[in-house]
Design a protein around this ligand. Structure first.
Ligand code: SF4
Length: 445
């Protein structure tokens, strides 16, 4: 007989996607069956995001939608960052929730579901912080999220950095690294599944191993990963921290072709005074020096970063310095966010003095500058041959990514013809747009 069915809605970032797939695997292991439509489900589960206001609004809207449509026999469970941060307040906002599960207790999901299904206790039931777990492991659980030929692999959870604007340490707690062997095991599993690209994620990947007493942990882990899963074509590092990209890490990136020439390093600003107010590393010289060093030994390096504009007290002069910084360093990919005021963070006392229209105007100017740089860089690629991982096709074209593009956040390569998903196609670039490239597949691949 088929087990009870669950519908899982995952909101937010790739790190949440990994948690969602782990929760889904736990429920499947316990005999529950995943389904695609909420109306078919016995259990409705939302893995929420609570990082900033727009994410909270989306999480509440989805919870309300499911709560309003649910039948008396269905259970609604809210998990993830929103519940970890706001706990019982979430139930106040969305009547009809049967259970709440915090981010640090996701592994207790089957237990929570069983208690709810037993029906002996009054609802809602809470599995929130209180008896916190410090480990990120649960017996034999993978920490992966597979999307076609590409996967995310979580190497740590939580963050010990002091960034004044960020609520993540409040939500997730300090950084806890997974044991290296568990990560290598996941990489071997992904290799056996035929996955071609593995994206390493954590709140701060460059901090990997610090809590385990391992120095240069990310560099060591990468070297071990390359050996443990030699059939994985691309290993990509996301979310590094300024000041923590070591010479050893650069050397390993340059040495192993499997580690893609791509680095995501959120810098958040280019003016030291703003960075100090943000409680972020403010050594701009380090940034110039490190990027120069990396570009010298990794010639095809693609650099991605993100910035926050409109941080409290950001003057026009400081913003101009940011524009010059971006012009000077010519990043390949840039994400720009306007400052989002968050209660409970160290920056709360600074308020939110910059008007929204000024924030938006600065965001627009920075994006416009980056679009020009990005287009120039893409035009320079015309005529070159790039390996492109195909992720979809239809209507006579295929969509894929080169090593220069991370999944979901960067651009893509549009290739003429329908090429099988998962194929690594050798593509000649024939056209360029600010974010995307166009190309034709060469006969050899
Ligand atoms: S490093 Fe990232 S996750 Fe950690 S506190 Fe800073 S912004 Fe937040």
């Amino acid at each position: 007989m088929q087990g009870a069915q669950f519908y899982l809605l995952s909101l937010g970032c790739a790190k949440n996607t990994v948690d969602s797939q782990s929760m889904s695997a736990l429920l499947s292991r316990a005999g529950y069956v995943v389904c695609d439509h909420p109306q078919e489900a016995d259990i409705l589960l939302v893995n929420t995001c609570g990082f900033i206001e727009p994410a909270r609004e989306e999480s509440y809207a989805e919870l309300r939608r499911l709560a309003e449509g649910k039948t008396p026999d269905q259970l609604l469970i809210a998990a993830g960052c929103l519940t970890e941060r706001y706990g019982k307040q979430v139930v106040g906002q969305v009547p009809g929730i049967d259970g709440l599960l915090g981010t640090r207790r996701w592994m207790e999901l089957p237990k929570l579901v069983q208690r709810l299904r037993d029906g002996n206790e009054s609802r809602p039931l809470y599995h929130l912080p209180g008896s916190e777990r410090k480990d990120t492991e649960t017996a034999g659980m993978s920490r992966i999220a597979v999307q076609g030929p590409s996967a995310y692999l979580k190497i740590a959870d939580g963050c010990r950095r002091p960034c004044a604007f960020c609520a993540i340490p409040l939500i997730k707690g300090t950084a806890v690294s997974r044991p290296p062997e568990a990560i290598l095991e996941d990489a071997r599993l992904l290799q056996d599944m035929g996955v071609r690209e593995v994206n390493l994620i954590a709140q701060d990947t460059s901090d990997y191993g610090h809590d385990l007493g391992i120095e240069d942990g990310l560099a060591i882990l990468l070297e071990d990963l390359v050996k443990a899963a030699p059939a994985i074509d691309w290993i990509r590092i996301l979310y590094t921290y300024p000041g923590c990209v070591t010479d050893r890490l650069i050397r390993i990136m340059a040495e192993y072709p499997q580690i893609v020439p791509y680095l995501d390093i959120p810098l958040q600003h280019g003016h030291p005074n703003v960075l100090r107010r943000m409680r972020r590393p403010a050594n701009i010289e380090w940034v110039y020096r490190t990027i120069e060093k990396m570009r010298a030994v990794i010639p095809d390096l693609a650099l991605r970063t993100t910035f926050i504009v409109g941080y409290p007290g950001e003057t026009e002069e400081e913003f101009q310095a940011l524009l010059e910084f971006v012009e000077g360093l010519r990043f390949d990919r840039v994400g720009v966010f306007t400052f989002s005021f968050e209660r409970g963070t160290p920056s709360e006392s600074l308020g939110d003095p910059i008007p929204p229209e000024v924030k938006e105007e600065r965001r627009g100017r920075l994006m416009e500058l980056q679009q020009r740089i990005s287009l120039e860089k893409n035009i320079a690629l015309i005529g070159q041959r790039l390996s492109v991982l195909i992720e979809g096709h239809g209507d006579g074209i295929s969509l894929g990514r080169s090593t220069r593009d991370a999944p979901e956040i960067d651009g893509m390569v549009i290739v003429e013809g329908e090429i099988p998903v998962g194929e690594m196609a050798l593509v000649q670039i024939i056209g360029a747009m600010p974010y995307d490239l166009t190309g034709v597949q060469l006969r050899t691949s």
